[in-house]
Design a protein around this ligand. Structure first.
Ligand SMILES: Nc1ncnc2c1ncn2[C@@H]1O[C@H](COP(=O)(O)OP(=O)(O)OP(=O)(O)O)[C@@H](O)[C@H]1O
Ligand SMILES: [Mg+2]
Length: 145
């Protein structure tokens, strides 16, 4: 359990970037927190930390964006990042077609979910929870675990 305060978006990206280097592959990340609390910003740094050069944009309107390693690996054999945003879904049924559960806990994949509360009942118990809190204009608090 770790509480981190950030005072601008770059610091939150940095936290994400450093966190990425601690993963081995197969992790599921549940990113909890209000609108604008910094989940996607964290994921931008996280992707960079994995070795993804593409700019991460919010998957809000398409639910899931996939980032593939191509012929290389990101870090520690990680080949795919699935970045999911469930803000717009109404029930667990809305993610059936994504095959989300099949992607989880596979060593070559990382699945990172914004608004995981929407599928709380089907989320695997084995996951890393990350909590984001809005503290003021540019201030955020991030708690991992
Ligand atoms: N310390 C900070 N950490 C993260 N973001 C910050 C910080 N200070 C300001 N911001 C700004 O706050 C916004 C955070 O938006 P972001 O898309 O990351 O939130 P989110 O949690 O993903 O929201 P949503 O639930 O809508 O997807 C960005 O515009 C970012 O630049
Ligand atoms: Mg977001």
């Amino acid at each position: 359990m770790k509480n981190i305060s950030t005072k601008n978006f770059q610091e939150t990206q940095k936290v994400g970037e450093e966190f990425a280097s601690t993963l081995k592959g197969g992790e599921v990340l549940a990113l909890y927190g209000d609108l604008g609390s910094g989940k996607t910003t964290f994921m931008q740094g996280f992707a960079k930390g994995l070795g993804i050069t593409k700019h991460i944009i919010s998957p809000t309107f398409i639910i899931m964006r996939t980032y593939n390693a191509g012929n290389r690996e990101f870090v520690s054999g990680i080949r795919n990042l699935y970045h999911v945003d469930l803000y717009r879904i109404e029930s667990e049924k809305d993610v059936d077609g994504l095959g989300l559960l099949e992607l989880m806990n596979q060593p070559e994949n990382i699945v990172a979910i914004e608004w995981p509360d929407k599928i709380e009942n089907v989320l695997p118990e084995k996951r890393i929870n990350i909590y984001f809190k809005y503290l003021g204009d540019d201030k955020r608090e991030i708690r991992i675990g």
